[in-house]
Design a protein around this ligand. Structure first.
Ligand code: GLP
Length: 248
């Protein structure tokens, strides 16, 4: 694991955006894996700024998102499809047809999971996967206890995840209780992973990530088995953590 320590959220967002931009410039037809949540919004804002200022093009880029709530249509403002359109896709020159998010409101969700897994494999997999981390160590929506062998599947969201995500909804009861998520093995097939961690609420998760053994009860620990992971974390997330062994 490569570790980049930054001062704050703003610096994490700038550093992550520069990292992604460079990859896009090196490989204009890159396949990106994208995350939602509060963590990557600043990164996306910086990608948009750069696109507007420097013209970095996404015309040949393909994206696959990690997850989607079950029961929400893509037009629902709390769906991850809507989030991606609003926070990134509508502001860059990417072709919408090349942006994939699982469909959370279809009739047959099992079938959708298999379709998404096959679609991703058919595209040759992900070159660079952007990840956030849940305070309970989830990646995508793979909650503690998820098999490391899992493919795209249906999950019941942990109460702590529902609580953490309630801030995006009008009322906590509106948070869906289930989601579709890429599985852990799906994520691990990515050629490269960029994990973004910011804020005090992620400090415990960061500690466990650095100090725990591989453990399905802490999903992010699987990243220790991946050959190419870069973590960008800010001071609030790593305060007092001993991480010299990870620094380059
Ligand atoms: C969410 C998403 C994850 C995200 C994580 C952290 O529920 N499904 O992809 O990385 O939880 O979210 P946040 O960045 O808002 O802390």
């Amino acid at each position: 694991m490569k570790f980049i320590e930054v001062k704050n959220y703003q610096q994490m967002s700038e550093t992550a955006a520069e990292y992604i931009m460079k990859k896009v410039l090196d490989n204009p037809s890159i396949t990106l894996g994208l995350a939602t949540g509060g963590t990557p919004t600043g990164t996306y804002q910086n990608l948009i700024k750069d696109h507007q200022k420097n013209g970095t093009s996404y015309q040949h880029v393909t994206t696959f998102n990690l997850d989607e709530y079950i029961g929400l249509a893509g037009t629902d403002k709390n769906s991850y499809r809507y989030y991606m359109d609003e926070n990134l896709f509508n502001h860059i020159d990417i072709k919408k047809a090349n942006t994939f998010v699982p469909k959370g409101n279809g009739r047959n969700i099992e079938e959708e999971c298999n379709r998404y897994e096959d679609l991703l494999a058919g595209h040759g997999g992900i070159d660079l996967q952007v990840l956030g981390i849940g305070s309970n160590g989830h990646i995508g929506f793979n909650e503690p206890g998820t098999s490391f062998q899992s493919k795209t599947h249906i999950v019941n969201l942990a109460p702590s995840t529902i609580e953490a995500n309630a801030r995006f909804f009008n009322r906590p009861e509106e948070v869906p209780t289930q989601a579709i998520t890429m599985g852990i093995s799906t994520i691990m097939k990515s050629k490269e992973i960029l994990l973004l961690v910011s804020g005090e609420s992620k400090r415990d998760a960061m500690y466990q990530l650095l100090h725990s053994e591989l453990n399905e009860n802490f999903p992010a620990s699987v990243l220790k088995n991946h050959p190419c992971v870069t973590i960008i974390a800010d001071e609030a997330a790593i305060l007092d953590l001993k991480i010299p062994m990870l620094k380059e």
